[in-house]
Structure formats: C-alpha cells, structure tokens
Design a protein around this ligand. Structure first.
Ligand code: 3H9
Length: 695
C-alpha cells in the first residue's frame, strides 16, 4: 500500500490521510494511494465510514500542475472521484488550509464535507488558463447553485469556511480535521443519513433551468474584464452544460473543454507564469542558510504619490509604518490623499466601511528624518534626482540604527552611487515599487555591488509580507522593467515620425493585451516631465516638444497625445494632434508612409526582447522568467502571453532576430541589431528557456 496515503482505523471509521508535501498535490502516486485505500476500506467489513483528510499545511491544493506537460498516468482523477462518489459507505472530506482545484473536486466527490474555520475552498483553474476538469463545473453548481459557482469558477478566488457553510458547500465547521471528521462520520451513521451524491442532486439548478438569465447575467458580470482570455469563456460553457444537460453529458463537455485548454498556448503561458513567480522569489547567489534580518519597524520617507502608496501597502498588510516628511504641510497633504484613496475604495465596496480608519491608524505621520532611528527597514521615496537621494542617504547614515536596511525606491538611478555616500553600503539596496504602489504587485529589489545577502533577503521577505511579488535585479539605468520600456518608447516615438498616429500604435499594443499603449501611458504620467528633462539635457523630440509647447501635458491638462473630456480618463483621438504631427513632419521634410499593424507590433515588442537579452547577458536579471514576472506584475503584460521572453520563445528567436536586423537597416538604427545572446540562441535554434537548463 502507498506510503503517501495512509489509513488508520478508529472503531469502524477509516481515516485516510494524504501526506504529499508541500501542498498535497494530486500526483499519480497520490491518486493511486487514495484509490487503493478507498477500495480497501469499502471492502473491509469492519469499516462503516471513511474520512478523507490531509497531513501538513493544507488539504489537497489541486492537480499536480507539473504533470500536465507529461503523458497521463493512471489512475485518472476521474477514476478516483468516481470511486469516492460510488462508495456505499459514507465518505467525509475533512478540510484544512486550502482545498483548491482538483482538491476541491475530490472533496465534492465525497458525500459530506467539513472544514476548520480558517480553511479556504476554491476552483482557481481559470488562473492557470484552465477549467476545473474533474467534475468541478458540474458538481459545484449542484452544491452551491450556478450564480456562486460562476463567481468562484470564473473568478478563481476561494471562499472562506463560513461562506462555504452558508452556501451548503460544507456541512459543518469543525475545530480539528481528524477529530471533527470522525465525529461527523459517527453522526451520519447514528442518524442513518442518506449519502448525498452531488451528481444526483439537481435541486439547486432548478431556478436557472427555469430562467437561464440567472446564469447568463452572472457570466456577463464575471467576463467584463476577461478581454483576451479564453479560459473564463470555456468555464462558462462548461457550467452552462451543468444547467442544460444531464450530469454525464455535462462531464463530457467539461472534459472536452479541459483537454482543449490544457494543450493551448494560453494555459501553457499561465502555468509557466505560476512557476516563474515562485522561482523569482528564490534569490540566486545567496549563501545557503542566510537568514533575513528581523523587521519590526518600518519607515517610509516621502509622503508623495510613491511614498504614500508604499505606506498604504504596509497598512493594507496590517503592518504599522512611520511616514516621514520634511514639513507639516506636505505630510498632511499626503495623509489626506491616502485617506481619500481608502474612502473611495470603501465607497466602491472594495473595502469594508471600517477599513479606512483602521488602515490610517497604522500609518504614523511625522516630520524630520531623525524619526528613522528605531526603524529596521527604511524606504526612501523622495524626489528622483541623484543629488537629493545622496543628501537623504547621508542623513540616514547618521540617524539609522546599525543593521537597518536602507532601501531607495528609485526607478532608474545607480544604487551603488547612492550607497557610496554611506559608511554602510552593505545595508543599501533598491526597492522599486510601481505606480500606483498600493495596487501594483511588482517590487524590483535592486542588488548593489556591495549589498549584503541578508539585507537582500530581508527586502525580499518584506516585499512578500506586503503581498508584492519581489524580483531581484542588478544595477543599470532603469533596471529590468524601465530599461526595456525605454526600448519600446524609443520605437513608439520613431513610428510617429514615420507616419503612424498615436491611436494606431496604442490600438496594436492594447489588442495584443497590454492595458494601455505607450501614448496613453505618456498622457497618464504627464508629458511635461520628459519635456523638462529634455530641455535640461539639450535634447529634442519635435513632436512631443510641440505638444508641450501647445500646453498639452496629458491627462492633467485634458489634452496630450489625445483629448480628454472633463472628468474622463478615456483617450479620444484628436484631429489637432494629427495636424500637429503633419506640421512637424513637414517642417522636418519627412513624409508619412503607411505602416502595417504587424510592423507596429514587431517594433513595439521585439526591441524589448532584444533589451531583455542584453539584460540577461549583463546578469542584471538572473533568469528569463524573472524578466517575464517583472512585465506581468509591473506593466500588465497579459499573463496569457507569459511575458516577453516566453512570448519570444513561442514566436521563435530566429524570426525575431531576422526582423530586428531588418528594422535596424530599414530605420538606420544599429541599436536594433540582435544582441549577441539573442543572435547566438537564434543561430543555435535554441530558446531563452534553454538558458535555465544551462543552454
Ligand atoms: C487542477 O487542479 C486541475 C483539475 O481541475 C483537473 C485535473 C484533471 N502542483 O505557492 P507556494 C508548489 S489545476 C504542483 O509557494 P503557498 C509550488 O510550486 C491546480 N506544485 O506556497 C511551490 O514549489 P517550490 C489547481 C504546486 O503556501 C510549493 O508547492 N490548483 C502546486 O504560498 C509551495 O507553493 C491551484 O491552482 C500544484 N498544484 O501557497 C493551486 N501548488 O517550493 C495552486 C503549489 O518548489 N497553488 N505547488 O517553489 C497555490 O495557489 C498555492 O501554492 C497554495 C499554497 C495556495 C496552495
């Protein structure tokens, strides 16, 4: 009998325990083990009821995702769940931690379910570009009704044990899985309860069968933001089959949908992203046994947009933070904006009504840098110039306690230069948050030449504690994200000089799946910043300069590359901008040409990939997947395309290198020639992914 699925008999009750760390995923061995133990318990005349539970930190967290890329191994999860369902003896699933995906589907195949109070139950397959493929789309609607099933399956977020109880997904909340599961099983036997097989129970489908709009409205609400994704629609289709068809036919529809998605590019990309995110948290080049420094107190310097957003991220995670400003006025202004921000979220229903007060109470605003003296981690978010940063870090060196980690939120400046003004460069690093910092999940952790491994690990640990996705990067202008973005911006600007319009470029980029195109993004950030910086450096960019000279600074002035109606952020193509571009080109003696959407797409994406290759060569990023995580969580790269480096492998490095060479010649821009790493991999017929395997 299996080692990882064990059975223990307690006076007529068989307790079957899965023990497959870390998350009890349903590997072939686990499936085989459950099947064997259930069959044995059913055959054993001494056993009257069965409890299925898990050891370790969680109930079964789903199918083993790594197996999806390999040939299927028997027994299938369907066979296992069919055996549970068909058992003539009652089976109780006893849940702790997270019952997710195939784990919840296994529990739904049992006749009863109990869970501890802290348990969470969900079908997150949609986040992996899949649909629940082991009966979840057929049994969950029967357990909780189609409306909640649509929310859970299309949204992918788990519900609490209390919610599960109120919707009939579980039968009881218990204090302990084994004792509670056993007690519940005895109750079932004592009360001679009939076994509830969800496959045979259509009672909760009746309302939607009579009025299908109950289902279609729920689907419409959940697919509003699903642009570009295939899985949510396939999930809806399978749930629809639960309403329209008998159970077994619905199961067949679910199976067909699952098999189609699992071999598709979107799910491959989303599964890759799942592992890429976890890989990114493993810091390369840190000696084994390194421990993060304890962080009890955190200070953020600067109550502007970034500092405020960073402080809110700590408060959102329930961690107190001291927010430091140079004067009472900017401090109160910053605190006021944060308060308003929270209130707006609460008014929209995004936060409970008491959350704004609770979260603001965790943020202590003070004036004067000397208040950093107790902090274990200090994050500087002041004005983005080297002189100001150096001034602040010199002061920090004087006030901060020994061993405190000193982080800068700079988005492109040299961390080593900032560290050099302190006597403790080993404690200095970058923590680059993305705007709005309370929303965006990425945090680039910038490792300076002298940054100590434990300081680095501290920043990574803290970032995770505030629900950010940390990616360790090296020092260079713009680090990973903004350096690659610069390659794209450069091309976007050139395209205008060649004949494209902002709306044409942006449309191609958003159609690809990015939330915004480069020009709408420029309008959001404000065009005046770049204009001033160009003036300081004596650089010209005739179209952008002309816009600024006409007072078009972007959204803040209601006009930029687009026009904006009062109170709206929707960019409207503006004939004045087209006229301005035409005038500028005429003055420069340039002629507009017809530019295809394909050329725009290639010139937006391939130069970024090329820059990504340089970043890998220079070891600014440790792995191609780290670059992809930066783009997914920092810039809204569509997760179903896996990130720029994953996308490059999909397109093929050879055609990408060829197109880059072509554009280098066409636009007389040698910087577009393929980077040596890209060229080598392309010539050898390899992928970026091969680098992770030593390629
Ligand atoms: C499915 O079930 C399909 C079925 O409907 C149909 C089948 C026919 N497989 O996240 P963590 C690894 S699809 C393999 O850091 P946490 C993970 O890579 C599945 N490995 O821990 C990591 O490895 P490492 C539906 C998995 O405590 C380690 O476990 N289920 C799986 O922060 C720890 O993970 C899901 O989508 C897996 N399923 O969070 C749930 N899950 O240490 C996916 C985790 O080497 N999982 N690993 O880096 C999660 O959401 C989180 O892992 C969980 C724990 C909440 C469970």
């Amino acid at each position: 009998m299996s080692e990882i699925v064990k059975a223990e008999h307690r006076d007529g009750i068989a307790i079957i325990t899965v023990d497959n760390p870390p998350v009890n995923a349903l590997s072939a061995a686990v499936r085989r083990g459950i099947l064997e133990q259930v069959n044995a318990a059913v055959a054993d005349p001494k056993v009257q009821a069965i409890v299925l539970t898990c050891a370790g930190r969680t109930f079964i967290a789903g199918a083993d995702i790594t197996e999806f890329n390999k040939p299927p191994q028997p027994p299938s999860l369907h066979e296992v769940i069919d055996a549970l369902d068909a058992s003539p003896k009652p089976i109780v699933a006893a849940i702790h931690g997270t019952a997710l995906g195939g784990g919840l589907e296994t529990a739904l195949g049992c006749h009863f379910r109990v869970a501890v109070k802290s348990a969470k139950l969900g079908l997150p397959e949609v986040k992996l570009g899949l649909l629940p493929g082991a009966g979840g789309t057929q049994r969950l609607p029967r357990a909780v009704g189609p409306e909640l099933a649509v929310q859970m399956i299309l949204g992918g977020n788990p519900i609490s044990a209390a919610e599960a109880l109120s919707h009939g997904l579980i039968d009881e909340v218990v204090d302990d899985t084994v004792a509670g599961g056993e007690a519940f099983a005895r109750k079932v036997l004592a009360e001679q309860r009939s076994l509830r097989r969800l496959r045979d129970d259509d009672s909760k489908l009746a309302a939607a069968r009579a009025d299908r709009s109950i289902f279609t409205n729920a689907v419409a609400a959940m697919t509003k933001k699903a642009r570009g994704f295939e899985a949510p629609f396939a999930c809806a289709d399978a749930i629809g089959a639960a309403i329209d068809l008998p159970f077994d036919e619905g199961m067949k529809r679910e199976r067909d949908g699952f098999l189609k998605l699992v071999v598709g590019d979107q799910s491959k990309a989303q599964r890759y992203a799942f592992f890429a995110e976890r890989e990114a948290a493993k810091v390369a080049g840190v000696p084994e046994g390194t421990k993060p420094r304890p962080v009890a107190k955190v200070a953020v310097i600067g109550a502007g947009t970034m500092g405020g957003g960073i402080a809110m991220s700590f408060a959102n995670a329930g961690i107190p933070v001291t927010l430091i400003e140079t004067g009472e006025q900017p401090l109160q202004r910053g605190l006021g904006i944060m308060q308003k921000n929270y209130e707006a979220s609460a008014a929209r229903g995004g936060l409970p009504p008491d959350a704004p007060a609770k979260r603001m109470a965790l943020i202590t605003g003070v004036v004067g840098l000397e208040h950093v003296k107790d902090a274990d981690l200090i994050i500087e978010a002041v004005f983005e110039t080297m002189a100001v940063k150096k001034e602040v870090f010199s002061a920090l060196d004087a006030y901060a306690k020994p061993g405190a980690v000193l982080a800068s939120n700079t988005s492109y400046l040299n961390i080593d230069a900032i560290a050099s003004v302190t006597k403790r460069p080993q404690d200095v690093l970058g923590m680059h948050f993305f705007s709005p910092a309370n929303v965006m999940k990425l945090c680039e952790i910038v490792r300076g030449v002298q940054t100590a491994p434990d300081a680095l690990l501290t920043a990574v640990t803290v970032a995770k504690a505030i629900a950010k996705v940390p990616v360790v990067v090296g020092v260079c202008d713009g680090f990973v994200g903004n350096r690659m973005l610069a390659a794209r911006s450069n091309q976007a600007e050139k395209l205008l000089f060649e004949g494209a319009l902002p709306q044409q470029v942006d449309a191609v980029v958003t159609k690809f799946g990015m939330p915004m195109g480069p020009f709408a993004m420029g309008d959001l950030a404000g065009l005046d910043i770049g204009w001033r910086s160009r003036q300081d450096r004596g650089i010209k960019s005739e179209i952008a300069d002309a816009l600024c000279e006409a007072g078009r600074f972007g959204q803040k002035t209601g006009k930029g590359y687009y026009a904006y109606e009062a109170g709206s952020r929707a960019p409207l193509p503006d004939p004045e901008v087209e006229a301005l571009i035409n005038d500028t080109l005429a003055k420069l003696g340039l002629k507009r040409r017809e530019i295809s959407d394909q050329e725009i797409l290639e010139r937006m994406i391939y130069p970024m990939i090329n820059e990504g290759a340089r970043i890998l060569e220079e070891k600014i990023a440790a792995r191609p997947s780290d670059i992809d995580v930066v783009w997914i969580y920092g810039y809204g790269w569509p997760v179903y395309r896996g990130g720029p480096m994953f996308y490059a492998d999909l397109v093929g490095l050879k055609p990408i290198a060829e197109r880059l060479s072509h554009y280098a010649k066409q636009t007389n821009d040698p910087s577009l020639e393929p980077a040596p790493l890209l060229k080598r991999l392309a010539d050898e017929g390899k992928t970026f992914a091969s680098l992770a395997k030593g390629g």
